[in-house]
Every structure is written in C-alpha cells, then in structure tokens.
Design a binder for this molecule. Structure first.
Ligand code: ZN
Length: 293
C-alpha cells in the first residue's frame, strides 16, 4: 500500500497538469472501484476547473470550481499515469511494483492542460468520491484522522498525550490513524529504528503519567518527520528522472534501514545487532533488538 511520502509525490507530480486545468472529458470504464463511483461522476467533473490539489493523510483532494472536492485514494495497487506531448510519466515512486496493463485503466481524465491522466488499479481498492467543500470536515473518510505528521500540530507533546496510559505497543499506536494520519508499516519501522526505540515497547512509555512527553517522544517525533521528509525528497528527485517514472522503483528504498532487511546488519553506528522480523497485529515488523530499546 502506498504510504504518505508516495502519495505526496503523486500529488506533486499531478499538480502541474491538474491545477488550473479544466476536465475536458472524463471516462469511467467501469462504474465502481472499491465503492461505486459517484452518481453522474463524469457530468459533475466535465467543464470544471481544478482550483487546487491538496492532500490529507493518504487522500488526494482536488478542489473543483463547482464547490465540490474530488477525494481520491490509491488503495493497495492504484497509480496515476500522465500522458502529455507524446511522453508518459508515472508520478510517484512505489516500493511495490505498479501494474502497467492498460486493461486496469478504470478512470481517464482529459485535461485542458493537454494531459491525459489515467487511474490504473488492478485490485480496485482505490476510491474516488465527490464531497461538497463545505462538508469536507464531516466527511466520514477524513473526520476521524489524527494530525498530519509533517504539520505543526504533530509534536512530542501531542503524541505523548495520545499515548498516555496506552497498553498497546508503540508500533500499533503509530499505525493508529486516529493518533497520527498517514503513517504505514514501512515508515513506522524506519522511524523507530532511527529513534532507537523498540516497536514492542508500550506506547505509554513515551509519556509521563500526566501525559507529558519524555525524551523518547521527542526523539520519535523528530525521527518520523525526518524519515518522511527524506522519502518525499527522494521521490521528488526521481520525478525528474524519466527512467524512474515508469514503474521502476525509486531511490528511497535503497535507504531503508530496517524494512525488508531481515538478517542484515543493523545500520546504527556502533551496533553489532542483526535486523529481526517479528509479526505484530498481523503485520511484519523489522527492527534491531540490540539498539532499539
Ligand atoms: Zn542496532
């Protein structure tokens, strides 16, 4: 599943061909993705201008001149292809290989910018929804989400308060979208390694009994922001490299410290540990049991 840095990279890749552009033609090759497409989907988009392309957690939000917002999610296997001036690109770098089969191009936007944007999704866990801008705050998909990890609201004080008294593992707390939005398995594993914190530690141990942050909370928040910013920067730079925009993997995966590196030496300076894989809440966790305490 794409994580926040990948979605942000996709947003940055789509913004130049969507923002300020009109939908000239909208083709839906089927009536549903994860859920049915909105009623009169093509009609409600055609002729409208995208006034801005934003992101909330892993949702892309295209503001339309009609006052509606097109809320898009990539799901497990979704990706966008942009064709323009005879060339194609695929914004975003994905750790897992994306489909190249045109048979899975379910929604196609012809934009007044001259770009043809195709949404490809073999497994169809992606989604598109139209929501009035004025009601976006109450949208069920977005309402329960915690703060953006790269926003000012996400701080050691906020995270510690959210983890106060929590008996769940620190890893499970970080994957809880109500605590912080958009973090997934890869970047949680990476951030915990950088912060030298065990994924098995109880979430409550980054806070005092009253919910005040301790040093662990400070280190963890700094590590989360750093790993996300570095991944976005790596994705952004790969967009300029056309060899990498067509489904091949981006640079950042080579910088994973622990994710998918079971049995390899821990990269922490001075640590002789070996990366271990364990299963927590049904998902693989990669960590170093020697330096991550
Ligand atoms: Zn280590």
């Amino acid at each position: 599943m794409p994580e926040l840095p990948e979605v942000e990279t996709v947003r940055r890749g789509l913004a130049p061909v969507m923002e300020g552009a009109r939908f000239v033609e909208v083709k839906a090759n089927r009536s549903d993705l994860r859920w049915p497409l909105p009623k009169d989907f093509a009609k409600r988009l055609t002729g409208r201008t995208v006034t801005g392309l934003g992101r909330r957690a892993k949702y892309l939000l295209a503001d339309l001149s009609s006052g509606e917002v097109l809320v898009m999610h990539l799901g497990m296997s979704g990706s966008f292809h942009v064709a323009r001036d005879g060339g194609t690109s695929k914004p975003g770098v994905y750790y897992h290989e994306r489909s190249k089969s045109r048979a899975h191009d379910h929604v196609i936007f012809e934009m007044s910018s001259g770009a043809t944007i195709s949404f490809n999704d073999p497994r169809r866990f992606g989604s598109m929804k139209l929501v009035p801008r004025a009601r976006l705050d109450q949208e069920p998909l977005l309402r329960a989400l915690g703060p953006e990890p790269l926003g000012n609201e996400f701080s050691a004080a906020m995270l510690a308060m959210a983890c106060k008294g929590k008996n769940t593992s620190l890893k499970a707390a970080l994957l809880d979208q109500k605590i912080v939005a958009g973090l997934g398995n890869i970047y949680v594993c990476e951030a915990l390694n950088r912060a030298l914190l065990s994924p098995r530690r109880k979430a409550s141990t980054i806070a005092s009994r009253t919910g005040a942050p301790n040093e662990r909370a400070e280190l963890l928040v700094a590590a989360i922001k750093a790993v996300l910013n570095e991944a976005i920067a790596a994705g952004g730079s790969s967009l300029r490299d056309h060899r990498r925009t067509d489904g091949s993997l981006g640079d950042f995966q080579h910088n994973f410290r622990v994710y998918d590196r079971e049995g390899e030496r821990c990269p922490t300076r001075g640590c002789n540990g070996t990366i271990r894989r364990i299963v927590q809440n049904g998902r693989s966790t990669f960590y170093c049991p020697v330096c991550q305490k």
